[in-house]
Design a protein around this ligand. Sequence first.
Ligand SMILES: [Zn+2]
Length: 82
Amino acid sequence: MRLSETQREVVSAAILRYTRDRPCPACGGAPSNSLNPDLVSVPVWKGDKGIPAAAVACNLCGFVSLHALKALGLENVAAADA
Ligand SMILES: [Zn+2]
């Protein structure tokens, strides 16, 4: 699911609450991340629905981290596409 511009702003703000002052866990570089415009569905062992997540990539080394929308209080963003 592709995020609208408004959804991207909401998701980015939620993730930045936790990552704003933290260096990249892979390269140790200063925080500089890009939110992927498409949500990710993380596969689970059982069941046919994955975990809706936002993918963020470090602009320095490309390390990708996934942030579950439910933990961010944003499960409604993924539900908008259901
Ligand atoms: Zn990095």
